[in-house]
Design a protein around this ligand. Structure first.
Ligand code: CU
Length: 114
């Protein structure tokens, strides 16, 4: 194989790998640009909170629209104040959206339900 063929094969491979990633995403995210990021509503239970860093570790339920199953993970908050009354053991309803700068799903709103 010459270099051009190898590059084409590599590009095809990368493209195949990338497809499932995009398939799990929303239609809007295929057209990144001026559009607002899609928001997902999530239920969970707070495991720990880092007020200083503005992050919370949350055991969250499945998020079918994102193709995520339930898991425990750390979410940054869009605004640290969202976490000021939150403590471990709280049951919460929250919304997340992908931060365009960091690419991380970030807490946009949060309500303590219990
Ligand atoms: Cu998760």
């Amino acid at each position: 194989m010459n270099k051009i063929v190898i590059a084409a094969v590599a590009a095809a491979f990368l493209n195949l790998v990338a497809v499932p990633v995009y398939a799990a995403d929303s239609h809007e995210s295929h057209h990144s640009g001026a559009k607002a990021q899609k928001t997902y509503a999530v239920k969970g239970e707070v495991v720990s909170v880092d007020q200083e860093a503005g992050k919370a570790k949350i055991r969250h339920e499945a998020i079918p629209d994102l193709g995520w199953s339930g898991m425990t993970m750390v979410f940054p908050a869009a605004d640290k104040d969202l976490l000021k009354d939150v403590k471990p053991g709280d049951k919460i309803n929250f919304t997340i959206a992908k931060d365009p700068a960091s690419g991380q799903y970030t807490i946009q709103t949060l309500q303590i339900t219990q």
